[in-house]
Design a protein around this ligand. Sequence first.
Ligand code: ACO
Length: 331
Amino acid sequence: MKKNKATITAIGKYTPEKILNNFDLEKMVDTTDKWIRTRTGIFERHIAAEGEATSDMAIAAFKDMQKRFGTNPEEIDVIVVATITPDMFFPSTAALIQDGIGATNAWGFDLSAACSGFIYAMVVATQLVESGRYKKVLVVGSDTMSTITDYTNRDTCVLFGDAASVVLVEPSENEEYGVIDYLVKMDGKGKDLLYMAAGGSRNPATHETVDKKMHYIYQEGKPVFKFAVSKMAEISTELLKRNSLKGSDVGLFVPHQANKRIIDACVNRLKLEDSQVMINIDKYANTTAATIPLGIVDGYDEGRLKKGDLLLISAFGGGFTWGSMLIRWSL
Ligand code: ACO
């Protein structure tokens, strides 16, 4: 089969209506708007309505894509869902989305790589399209972080938000556009620094796991921060270098939005100008698998991502997992 180049041909996003801002959090835990803004760059985050789950947000993001690009769900071949907050362990969130959007000819699956989930899913979608076997792969980044966040713990509750965003990956009609290259990595030694302890086979749900708050995110902020800065900068530099590209060639850098200080440090190391960098953490906080596609949609809507631009995406997350991808933008 002929090897195709894969490219993004449609995008969509969804953020829940409810907004929780820093002043709201001041009333819930011992924190201040000033601390949150200066230490993280976050001002507000969207929170799912009661009963609104990860697949609901993804379906809404797909509807936005449909409205913008007229995407026909019946033509979708595969659905790859990056999430760490699936509706249920099984069936997969992909199956629920398939039913919800009417993608009657698609198969699919969920993929767990925390904040790097979207990049991992893009790597899979690229391979599926490049192989020549599949023509339309829907990549979903959707996380309802509010459902695994302890709103009595100031260390984590200020950091996360809920959102979904989707992209469609198809063979590129023009060889100039599409995914150029990517690098993805993992280091399981990070497992003790960022995790949710219970609910899986290691610690199945019991009254005790609930009482001990083991169904919430646990994070050791400082070591995660340091690892994130060095790994995101390192992998992006390696990727640019092996494609004979420089920081100045990048049209838009869309990094994972976990902390503005992580982004700033990374941008510094990559020697990028502020005008090359997408930052929307102030509006959404860390939406895990949704941050990068959300940044792509916002960048596109703001006219900062134009046809022919070199797009660099990079993420870091639990596992540890991390990765970067270079795309010649085709929309
Ligand atoms: N409000 C006020 N004070 C706070 C808050 C808060 N919300 N949170 C922590 N503090 C306090 C601490 O208790 C500490 O007080 P102390 O000095 O009296 O002990 C002080 O502020 C400093 O705390 P640090 O943890 O040193 O703060 P730091 O500057 O490291 O920021 C943060 C913490 C924001 C968590 C940062 O470390 C970070 O962003 N880490 C990386 C997060 C990340 O990238 N995660 C990966 C993705 S998540 C995923 O994959 C699911």
